[in-house]
Design a protein around this ligand. Structure first.
Ligand SMILES: NC(=O)C1=CN([C@@H]2O[C@H](COP(=O)(O)OP(=O)(O)OC[C@H]3O[C@@H](n4cnc5c(N)ncnc54)[C@H](OP(=O)(O)O)[C@@H]3O)[C@@H](O)[C@H]2O)C=CC1
Ligand SMILES: O=C(CO)[C@H](O)[C@H](O)COP(=O)(O)O
Length: 499
């Protein structure tokens, strides 16, 4: 716990966009004075207007330059950043440098790349400035109400910032704050990046199910909304944030037009096309770089890339002179099929968590983050986008307690394996029916394949290995001679054809 002297009563919010604005108001509501700084006076004025509406105007003021901003703060000066990643953070860091000293604190609440975080932590160390990389999740609404917060850094800095962050973080149903130290260095931003990768896998699976229900089963949007609400109420998907908002999205009618809003949304995800977000791309790069199979996440990402380039899809469709239009699906027992669909989506969501955690675990080994898994599951209990009571709180958190030995892949945990096994027939049935009716199910089918290949010791890859050895002398292991431990190149080459 931080001592009385370190109690933080005033902060500077640098970056007053949708996240920074919400957080600034939230800090003020929790009794913390806030100095605002953003290149856009309009953005700061917008927050001041909201503060006035909420009776918080006495707690806020705007500052146009770093000198006056820093003069407005008591020591140690605490800066909360909510900025775009990359160069912006570097220029703010350099701009603040003349005015900050030993003991001052930067809490970087943007989606910064964890390597930038560690680079700045390295620069801060010599001057005694504390730099905490703190992923924030839940979107702009949670930023105002209470987000999930994922801080990483050295123990002393974390001890200084945690009492402040506990005041604003989302609260789990038992009242405990969804913020906890996740590890050293860039661990906070690393885990937030993977949170976003998991988010993509889950979001894709739910979207695929929505299309099966509407285009395959001919359900109306209101009926899909009711079905998603059922999923969100009970069973393995209960209190799954993305399912809950899915139900609301399906039902939402624009009062002005009387039309369902979702009916007006183009099928085009243009998130991170220009690289200004980062996390979606980085999480997939990390999976591959760390040799972790994460097909639910990566296929979700490829669907999103294909989706973004709608013009290209239009052109390809013209070249093909047709599209593989999803056909109707007529199960003999519609309720049973919907139950299979729920289980299939659950499998993909659980697989997304599993794959994401495995990436974090591999990075932990490589980068020595010293990941605190109980903290991670605590901060994913509420406020965040991947919140899912059964997956996070009931199934995974009890496995990775502070008393648990080192991290073990969830696929090796009997309780997780039992749930995957139980859902496998449902997932297979959904993928089969969807495939024969030309539905688009990349994340669901990738999850099915994942379960098959992760549990198999007789993959088609003997043939693959032989081909590699044939053309590239890449070597292979003979059956039964596979050495224990980390995978290493095989010892055998066969001269398949004389050179
Ligand atoms: N939106 C979301 O759902 C979530 C976003 N995040 C992350 O939080 C961060 C902020 O996101 P969000 O609020 O959505 O983005 P916004 O673009 O709404 O906000 C970013 C703000 O930073 C300001 N800014 C740019 N350069 C500077 C600078 N040199 N000094 C001070 N302020 C500057 C921008 O001003 P200007 O517009 O004038 O350039 C803008 O007001 C990002 O890292 C994002 O990835 C994290 C979780 C959820
Ligand atoms: O952090 C977030 C949610 O958790 C933000 O919404 C972010 O903009 C998502 O970006 P991406 O989809 O590229 O990961």
């Amino acid at each position: 716990m931080a001592s009385k002297e370190t109690e933080i009563k005033k902060i500077a919010m640098i970056g007053c966009g949708s996240m920074g604005g919400g957080m600034a108001l939230l800090f003020a509501e929790k009794g913390i004075d806030v100095s605002l700084q953003d290149p856009s006076t309009e953005a700061m004025d917008g927050i001041l207007t909201s503060a006035k509406k909420d009776g918080l105007e006495k707690r806020m003021a705007k500052y146009e330059d770093y000198k006056s901003l820093c003069e407005s703060l008591p020591n140690p000066k605490v800066f909360v950043w909510s900025l775009p990643h990359g160069g912006v953070g570097d220029s703010v860091f350099d701009g603040l440098r003349p005015f900050i000293t030993k003991g001052d604190v930067i809490i970087d609440c943007g989606n910064e790349n964890w390597q930038n975080t560690e680079r700045r932590q390295g620069k801060s160390v010599t001057t005694g400035i504390r730099y905490v990389g703190c992923g924030v999740s839940g979107g702009y609404q949670a930023a105002r109400r209470g987000p999930s917060m994922c801080p990483g850094g050295d123990d002393d800095s974390l001890n200084v910032v945690l009492p402040l962050l506990r005041k604003v973080a989302a609260k789990a149903p038992d009242g405990s704050p969804c913020v906890a130290p996740v590890g050293t260095g860039g661990a906070g931003h690393y885990c937030k990046m993977i949170h976003n990768g998991i988010e993509h896998g889950m979001m894709s699976a739910i979207s695929e199910a929505w299309a099966i229900m509407t285009k395959g089963l001919g359900m109306s949007l209101d009926e899909v909304g009711d079905e998603l609400q059922r999923w969100n109420q009970n069973g393995e998907l209960k209190n799954t944030f993305l399912v809950k908002i899915g139900a609301e999205i399906c039902r939402k009618v624009d009062e002005k037009t009387g039309q369902h809003v979702l009916d007006t949304v183009e099928d085009k995800v243009v998130q991170d096309w220009t690289g200004e977000e980062g996390t979606g791309v980085w999480s997939n790069i990390e999976a591959i770089d760390k040799h972790v199979p994460a097909p639910t996440l990566t296929t979700a990402h490829f669907l999103r890339i294909a989706s973004g380039d709608l013009h290209q899809r239009r052109d390809i469709r013209k070249t093909f002179e047709s599209e593989f239009t999803p056909k109707s699906i007529s199960p003999t027992d519609r309720r049973a099929f919907l139950e299979d669909l729920r289980c299939a989506v659950y499998s993909a969501c659980l697989a997304s968590y599993t794959q994401g955690l495995n990436i974090i675990a591999k990075a932990d080994k490589t980068h020595h983050f010293n990941i605190n898994y109980p903290s991670l599951f605590q901060l994913w209990r509420a406020g965040c986008i991947i919140q899912s009571d059964h997956i996070n709180d009931e199934l995974l958190a009890p496995i990775y307690t502070s008393n648990a030995p080192a991290y073990i892949n969830p696929m090796l945990q009997p309780s997780v394996a039992a749930e995957f096994k139980e859902c496998f027939p449902a997932l297979k049935n959904v993928v089969l029916r969807a495939t024969e009716s030309d539905h688009v199910v990349p994340s669901l089918s990738a999850t099915l394949e994942y379960l098959k290949y992760q549990t198999s010791t007789n993959l088609p890859t003997s043939f693959y290995e032989a081909e590699l050895d044939y053309f590239g002398k890449h070597m292979y292991d003979k059956k039964g001679e596979d050495p224990q431990g980390e995978p290493v190149t095989g010892r055998w080459h066969f001269e398949w054809k004389a050179a």
